[in-house]
Ligand binder design. Structure first.
Ligand code: SF4
Length: 727
């Protein structure tokens, strides 16, 4: 009993004291920080500037970093509450090693020694490629660079990929085929300048909310949104194209057909800067407006109107995200987008760009500096000169640089099923929620001899299966840089100490290198992340993604800046790639690519009559490991739901808020709340993918793009049943 309270001596005045804060006005005194630390948001690839309010060594507030060029004083709900992610209950704090079936706390020294020995033993027994690594888009660029060297040169395996393959690998592959290199050509500013903005499979209002202010700042644009759902972004559009699921490639080819037929193309640009026009023109003959109307379900007039608007625009912008990428023809669809930009010359100018909007806060960093689908600096595995350059910079024998990429994410999973990969290191990702067709993944992981999961959170469905859990520092607890979707490099700063014994991923990689006795060879004299950044600058020098002019001092002076920035250059305004019409191909010309539409792999049938679409909601982040611990976000969106058109519900005798099961050939998701809405068309249903408890990936299929290896998350055949009837 609190006697002071009982006697009325303590009236909790300290607890409830109010005070004045410059950003919020009168507020609880407990919520006024001692100081603010500028940094960059750790959720999505928009890359907003954010300040963390710190009081007595704890993060107690988040606010927009007003001077940051991306968000101009605004944050979305996730950014505004991001400080809650640091002190949540489920933070991983100590290394844990499985002993007699249970995870037990051990020292860092023991954890890393066991890891080094188990990985080495596995490689000795089954070959170096028996070790696989699955990374993330959540680390800082310096950590990706350090990790890539450790995996390739330290462990000697190239079976290394990231969860970025589940997200934007199709954009990467598409860019490489069309332009000769990865690298988004445009900038956010283009959305403010373009007179036509076409968004395909991109629900910015939920997934990249702060980008909507760039759209809203453009008062003269025509906004066209192609999406099977009437998403929040579609509701902002001047023209919504409610096309049939996965018919976007047919639509793009149909637009290209009309552009050529009505001479709305920039012939001079096509002649000077591209190859493949004659072949493309012939190929597109088959994509008549009549056929495209049938394939897409759109009216011919709407397709004509879209083509004419884009073709006649002074500056046309095409943005896309997962609606395009999450497909077995994702890379091909990206090529079709690039075709439109090249045919019309809508590229390399203010407002004119094909533009992939990426997913995670630093997916771009891993694309540039990682070792997964390219060598660092967008170098190519199969280019002898690229390999020789890298080997010379690092002072290692060329034979240690692989001549081809290792297994991509889904192929690493398949290799665990086939017992070719026997040890796996998973870093900052949660595949037990995010991977399609969970059954296959569970089978693969159960085959492993040793599974290490390095994460800022525990327990997660993935750490619970680990033989070793390494606790990592997260956003707010470490330093480095993120690069956002428009190639803007932004500083990430430490505001508070890591929880418990957690260490930054950078420290973990260096300590592990020490155990492998390769630290001095790989990281000579390195002690800080800035050492990694400075080497990365040298590695990127002269490449498309040239960071050589960017230093921590320059970022402190100028704020976030875009690459390329060559050594000694000063950042000036907004930059766009390919302004000179020179592409990263041997002859400098971009490629016009013939890409045929194909129906999605699993068509609805009588037992599985609905097409299931999956996606996100603004309140949550990916597998909800972070956001379920943020009270306001969790209260706003506490559970998954299934969207269904009221006409379909009527036929099934279902009503709003009924509890339903979603069933596919692969599995069943139980007890999902049904929501009836015209947002989703008849014959389709939609479900968010954030919720481990009702995981939609129990029913999604493991079909992958043959080029990018990205999963076809967006369409699979399901039926919907009232819960408890047939379960
Ligand atoms: S839009 Fe993205 S980067 Fe900006 S605050 Fe929201 S989650 Fe963070």
């Amino acid at each position: 009993m609190n006697w002071k309270r009982t006697l009325g001596v303590d009236n909790l005045s300290e607890e409830y004291r109010f005070a004045w804060d410059e950003s919020t006005g009168f507020t609880s005194a407990k919520k006024i920080p001692d100081h603010w630390v500028p940094t960059t948001c750790g959720y999505c690839s928009v890359g907003c500037g954010i300040e963390i309010g710190v009081k007595d060594g704890h993060a107690i507030a988040s606010r927009p970093f007003a001077a940051h060029p991306v968000n101009r004083g605004k944050l979305c709900p996730k950014g505004l509450s991001e400080h809650y992610t640091l002190e949540s209950e489920n933070r991983a704090q100590y290394p844990l090693l499985r002993h007699r079936g249970k995870l037990k706390r051990v020292s860092w020294d023991e954890a890393l020694s066991v890891m080094a020995v188990r990985f080495r033993t596995t490689q000795k027994a089954y070959g170096p490629e028996a070790l696989g690594v699955l990374s993330t888009g959540q680390l800082v660029t310096e950590e990706f660079y350090t990790l890539g060297k450790l995996v390739q040169l330290g462990f000697g395996t190239n079976n290394y990929d990231g969860n970025t393959t589940l997200c934007m690998a199709s954009a990467v592959s598409g860019y490489k085929i069309s332009f000769g290199s990865d690298g988004p050509p445009g900038a956010y500013e283009d959305m403010e300048i373009a007179d036509v903005v076409l968004l395909i499979g991109a629900n910015l209002a939920d997934n990249h909310p702060i980008l909507c202010q760039h759209l809203e700042a453009n008062h003269h644009k025509t906004l066209i949104v192609a999406d099977p759902r009437v998403s929040k972004t579609a509701m902002m559009a001047d023209i919504h194209l409610p096309l049939k699921p996965r018919s976007d490639l047919a639509l793009l080819n149909g637009i290209a057909h009309i552009l050529i037929r009505y001479n709305l193309i920039d012939r001079e640009y096509v002649e000077k800067h591209t190859v493949g026009f004659a072949e493309l023109e012939r190929f597109l003959d088959a994509y008549t407006p009549e056929r495209v109307a049938e394939l897409t379900g759109l009216r011919q007039e709407t397709i004509f109107k879209t083509a004419l608007l884009y073709g006649r625009a002074k500056a046309g912008f095409i943005g896309w995200t997962m609606g395009v990428n999450h497909s077995t023809i994702g890379a091909a669809t990206v090529n079709a987008i690039c075709n439109l930009a090249l045919l019309t010359g809508h590229i390399g100018r203010a407002g004119a760009s094909p533009f992939s909007i990426t997913g995670q806060c630093n997916a771009m960093g891993t694309r540039e500096a990682g070792f997964a689908s390219s060598l660092p600096g967008y170098r190519k595995f199969d280019n002898a000169q690229d390999r020789a350059d890298l080997a010379a910079i690092w002072g290692v024998d060329e034979s240690r640089i692989p001549v081809k990429r290792g297994l991509a994410y889904p192929d690493i999973v398949e290799a665990t099923v086939a017992k070719k990969i026997r040890a796996l290191w998973i870093i900052a990702t949660n595949p037990l929620v995010s991977y399609p067709n969970q059954d296959v993944l569970r089978h693969g992981l159960s085959n492993l001899d040793f599974l290490v999961v390095q994460d800022g959170y525990h327990p997660t469905p993935t750490t619970e299966l680990a033989d070793l859990v390494l606790p990592a520092a997260i956003w707010g607890e470490k330093e480095g840089t993120y690069t956002n979707s428009e190639r803007r490099v932004s500083k990430v700063n430490q505001a508070v100490a890591p929880r418990g014994e957690a260490r930054s991923d950078f420290d973990i990689f260096l300590a592990l290198a020490e155990k492998l006795r390769c630290r001095e060879e790989l990281y000579p004299g390195w002690t800080t992340v800035e050492d990694a950044f400075n080497e990365w600058r040298r590695v990127s020098q002269g490449r498309l993604c040239d960071y050589s002019g960017i230093s921590y001092a320059l970022l402190a002076e100028h704020g976030a800046v875009q690459w390329p920035l060559t050594e000694g250059a000063t950042p000036k305004g907004t930059s766009r790639l390919y302004a000179d019409g020179q592409f990263q191909t041997p002859d400098g010309r971009a490629k016009l690519v013939c890409t045929d539409w194909a129906p999605f792999p699993e068509q609805p049938t009588a037992p599985y009559p609905f097409v299931l679409n999956t996606g996100r909601t603004v309140e949550h982040w990916h597998t909800r490991t972070k956001t379920r611990e943020v009270p306001i976000l969790e209260r706003l969106s506490p559970r998954a739901w299934l969207e269904m058109n009221p006409r379909d519900a009527k036929k099934l005798g279902l009503r709003s808020h009924d509890s339903v099961d979603v069933v596919s050939r692969r599995g069943r998701v139980r007890e999902v709340e049904l929501r009836l809405t015209e947002i989703t068309a008849p014959g389709q249903v939609f479900m968010p993918f954030h919720f481990a408890e009702t995981n939609v990936n129990e029913v999604t299929q493991d079909a992958f793009d043959p080029i990018s290896r990205e999963p076809n998350y967006k369409q699979c055949a399901v039926r919907v049943e009232r819960s408890g009837v047939n379960a």
